[in-house]
Design a protein around this ligand. Structure first.
Ligand code: 13P
Ligand code: SF4
Length: 306
């Protein structure tokens, strides 16, 4: 079946089933064409929390679809490809976190949304790349256990006077990006501004004009007077930027998240047709994880006024 036929069929089924399609920025460009909303982790959580659709088809990775289920437990949340799983989200387990909490009884636990529902359930609050510093600084505790991304923890530490207790998790896509690669890109495009995702190593972050989440890259590039940007994150982000800002130029470093790219149009069609794969989380875990996600949304809304 052609992409056009697949897109038409998916769109028809979405209407019939009162479904919405949420897609992360790193998705393939053809997935954008069936998405009702494209965004970063925080924006997607907000959309999932407020939708009145009966069904959410989530094109992203497991922890994002799980967050949607936690925030909209009465809806059917589908993930089209079962093994579209973020490896970093599996790098800290509930038991490992409980051990760490025992060692630091006075510390608050901030978990990056890239964690399992079980880990969120043991956390005081979640954060995303767009609000990590703000979330940490909003807490009364002076010590913060920050899981699982060590690079993100180091970035937060550079922006906060609190004592950050990191974990040894990493994103295999962002942690491999080197300062030498960014310097080379800057030499090739000296006029371009450098936008860096905070899952990158600290020396890469040090070369940034702006450190931000995926969607914040879009908003920055839209508002800024520069015509060219070097985008330091998963390279699919450039497709979103080109789509939204066709008159500006974007350069990427090759860095691919294989798990995000597992979602394809045929998989999405099958997902909505056969209603696979439903995200299922224990009710008790949902209740406890929701507290951590809701607290994050509250902190975020205070600063954005939304
Ligand atoms: P954003 O929240 O910035 O979209 O990041 C999600 C992610 O998985 C980055 O690797
Ligand atoms: Fe996970 Fe990294 Fe892929 Fe983001 S880019 S989903 S953190 S593996």
């Amino acid at each position: 079946m052609s992409d056009e036929a697949l897109i038409n069929k998916i769109n028809r089924l979405k209407k019939e089933k009162n479904a919405i399609m949420l897609a992360h920025n790193y998705q393939r460009p053809e997935i954008y064409q069936v998405a009702d909303f494209i965004g970063d982790s925080l924006e997607l959580s907000k959309e999932a929390a407020k939708t009145d659709a009966d069904m959410i088809v989530f094109c992203g990775v497991d922890f994002m679809a799980e967050s949607a289920k936690i925030l909209s437990p009465d809806k059917k949340v589908l993930i089209p490809v079962r093994d579209a799983q973020c490896p970093m989200a599996g790098m800290v387990t509930r038991n490992e976190l409980l051990d760490l909490k025992k060692k630091h009884p006075n510390a608050a636990v901030v978990s990056y949304v890239n964690t399992s529902a079980e880990t969120k359930a043991e956390s005081d609050i979640c954060c995303t790349s767009s609000n990590c510093v703000q979330v940490v600084n909003s807490l009364p505790e002076k010590e913060i256990i920050f899981v699982p991304d060590e690079n993100l923890a180091k970035y937060v530490q550079s922006k906060s006077s609190k004592k950050i207790i990191p974990w040894k998790g990493f994103c295999y896509v962002h942690s491999k990006i080197t300062a030498a690669q960014v310097k080379e890109a800057k030499n090739l495009h000296p006029e371009a501004k450098v936008l860096v995702h905070p899952e990158c190593p600290l020396d890469v972050i040090g070369l940034a004009d702006y450190v931000c989440s995926t969607s914040q890259m879009l908003y920055y590039a839209r508002e800024d007077e520069a015509e060219e940007f070097i985008i330091i994150t998963e390279h699919g982000m450039v497709e979103r930027l080109k789509l939204e800002l066709p008159d500006k130029r974007f350069y990427a470093i090759v860095a691919t998240c294989i798990q995000q790219k597992k979602n394809t149009l045929p998989a999405v069609l099958r997902s909505i047709q056969e209603e696979v794969y439903p995200v299922e989380i224990d009710e008790n875990i949902i209740k406890r994880a929701r507290v951590a996600l809701d607290r994050m949304l509250e902190v975020s809304s205070k600063s954005s006024g939304k």
